[in-house]
Design a protein around this ligand. Sequence first.
Ligand code: NAP
Length: 242
Amino acid sequence: MVALVTGASRGIGKACALKLAEDGYDVAVNYNSNDAKAAETVAEIEALGRKAKAFKANTADLTAVQGMFREIQKEFGQLDVLVNNAGVVDDAYLLMINEDSLSRSLNINIKGYFHCAQQAALKMMSKKHGKIVNVSSVSSILAVEGQGVYSATKGAVNSMTATLAKELAPRGITVNAVAPGFIETEMLDAIPEEKLTEYNKSIPVGHFGTAKDVANVVAALCSPAFDYVTGQVIVLDGGLSL
Ligand code: NAP
């Protein structure tokens, strides 16, 4: 069994890659820029006794994604799971949103997910089996000030999940999403400390989640126990209400 996890050099993607390796998958580790961190993920997967290889590719770039899938085919010969995880956040209130940041967010968080889903579906269709899990965010359904662009991209992820699930179900492929709340990764570094304290108070379980919390749900959705679940957005946010 082979899984591709995008954005697996750190954070949630890395945790998903390690959990899937624990569950018996060989893992293609995608990343954008951090060669050293991607190599660490690969080494940690190999230490679990599974095969892993790092693939540097900007998921927003279709040509790079196509090249990555050709390399994965050569290296692993098959693909059973895609975790669409590579994403960026660049918070700004409406009047402060600039064109470059807007394009970058739309290109990585939406187009990148379509690029990888399209290539993965091509591989999975021939086997009539596959699992695609899209990492969305609770921001897709809760209004968080300053996250207009980010929440719109994650809303798009939820919509694409429902549609692709319908299109790909007859081909034996399930498509689901996870919508994490606040998860302790480097992505939270961009949020001011006082805001984080305020958000923390809105979480009934009393703390932020971990990347492992997300990986556990992603891996469950990839397991045979969830073969009859498709088109769903699973929220994991400690009961957050903003
Ligand atoms: P993170 O710590 O910032 O890590 C982002 C990862 O994505 C890195 O591995 C990075 O690779 C990779 N990446 C970024 N742009 C890429 C691109 N264009 N092509 C390929 N890889 C790219 O983020 P995270 O917190 O783990 O978030 C992962 C996902 O979870 C995102 O989709 C995010 O929206 C979602 N999420 C996060 C939270 C949270 O609270 N942390 C909550 C809800 C949802 P390099 O290091 O090589 O650049």
